[in-house]
Ligand binder design. Structure first.
Ligand code: ADP
Ligand code: MG
Length: 384
């Protein structure tokens, strides 16, 4: 981690009159990161971003680009290294796709050959035919135009790209496809992207780290996982939303926490008569089977009735392929599998394969109620 950050905010403050738009922002962005600024409208996201390429000047503090103070840099040179995508990656309707893609390279005075090679390389990258380069935007579908918009942002070979709510106007389906494309290309090309959004789904999906802005302040800077599981303030919780918080809680709960101990089990060397007695006594139609406490399979009433003979042993009718989950498995992973199989319960084992309990469908449902009821209780604030 001795890498130099590509962008570093040091005690950045931006004031308009007596309105503090950004208050003492400190942040180091590593090369190759995908940073999302998220917050409500007016929280300072755009202001923060525009200071990176000197479209705005901080009132206090400094910003380093590649270790150098940007205030001492030539702004034209700086902007050549930093791409900027404003709202809704729109294409110029009167320009061909080629002219659209090479807009910035043209401003940077690239030779024709280099521009052509770049345009070809990029259109191939998004799996569109080279012949599209001579067409006009209106001759492409909406989704194809969006893909061109994305590669235009990547065309100038800038290592850092700033994007201010670039997908805001897209319908949800197109938006998801474009988000996937941007993320894939960012990783493939090793770009550093700073993206402003007010959409938490977008931030959680794209970001390597999320910066939550509230009233000019960075209230939390963390990975999507950390934001979900350890929201720093009530404002962050609100940004995440109740539904996602609930899901996040389920995500980190281990199977062990909801399992019932003392499962109904029998050892493989016992007789079928013993099994029937136990089933009747505990009122169950299946028994888990263990040897030296290790789960080896199960038997059920159905196979007993088909094969019943005196002196038959449990091991004779044992079914070995029993679905099981580990104690430490997270419910995130286990609950899907349990519910999908339509099982009434699933045996739980420890790391040595010892049977330690079962998880029932009913327990899963109870847990969901607990979480929902728990959060409502907090909101209502009623004590009974
Ligand atoms: P966001 O992008 O998070 O919606 P902005 O960075 O655009 O927020 O704005 C942050 C704050 O700064 C807001 O209170 C806004 O009204 C104020 N602001 C932004 N630009 C200007 C400006 N040019 N003059 C005065 N106030 C501004
Ligand atoms: Mg904004």
């Amino acid at each position: 981690m001795s890498k130099e950050p590509i962008i570093e905010f040091k005690n950045i403050k931006k004031v308009y009159g007596d309105n503090v738009a950004v208050d003492t922002a400190n942040l180091a962005i590593e090369a190759g990161e995908f940073i999302c600024f998220i917050g409500t409208s007016g929280s300072g996201k755009t202001t923060l971003m525009r200071m990176i390429n000197r479209m705005l000047k901080p009132t206090e503090g400094k910003i380093l680009f590649d270790g150098k103070d940007i205030a001492a840099m030539n702004p034209i040179h700086l902007r050549r290294q930093i791409g900027y995508v404003i709202q809704n990656i729109g294409l110029m309707p009167h320009m061909t796709i080629y002219e659209n893609i090479t807009l910035v390279p043209k401003l940077l005075k690239w030779p024709e050959e280099k521009k052509k090679a770049k345009a070809k390389e990029l259109i191939e990258l998004v799996e569109l035919p080279e012949s599209f380069l001579d067409r006009y935007p209106s001759e492409l579908s909406g989704g194809q135009q969006q893909r061109i918009g994305v590669i235009r942002a990547l065309a100038a070979d800038q290592d850092v790209i700033l994007m201010d709510e670039p997908f805001g106007a897209l319908d949800p389906i197109t938006r998801e496809g474009i988000q996937d494309l941007v993320k894939t290309l960012q990783e493939k090309m090793g770009k550093t992207i700073v993206l402003v959004t007010h959409d938490m789904d977008e931030a959680l999906k794209l970001a390597s780290r999320i910066v939550v802005m509230d009233n000019g302040q960075m209230v939390q800077v963390a990975t999507p996982d950390d934001i979900l599981h350890h929201p720093a303030t009530e404002f962050v919780e609100k940004m995440i939303g109740e539904e996602r918080l609930m899901q996040a809680k389920v995500d980190i709960t281990p199977v062990k926490s909801i399992m019932l101990k003392d499962p109904v089990a029998i050892t493989a060397d016992q007789t079928i008569s013993d099994a029937i007695t136990l089933m009747r006594h505990r009122r169950v139609d299946t028994l888990l089977v263990t040897e030296d406490n290790r789960l080896t399979g199960y038997i059920d009433l159905e196979s007993i009735s088909h094969q019943y003979r005196k002196n038959l042993l449990v091991s004779d009718i044992l079914k070995e392929d029993v679905f099981r989950v580990k104690e430490d498995a997270l419910l995130r992973d286990a609950s899907q599998r349990i519910l999908k199989r339509g099982l009434k319960y699933v045996p739980v084992v420890d790391n040595d394969g010892h049977l330690t309990g079962i998880v029932t469908r009913a327990a899963l449902v109870d847990m969901m109620y607990d979480i929902i009821w728990g959060s409502q209780e907090l909101e209502g604030g009623q004590d009974e």
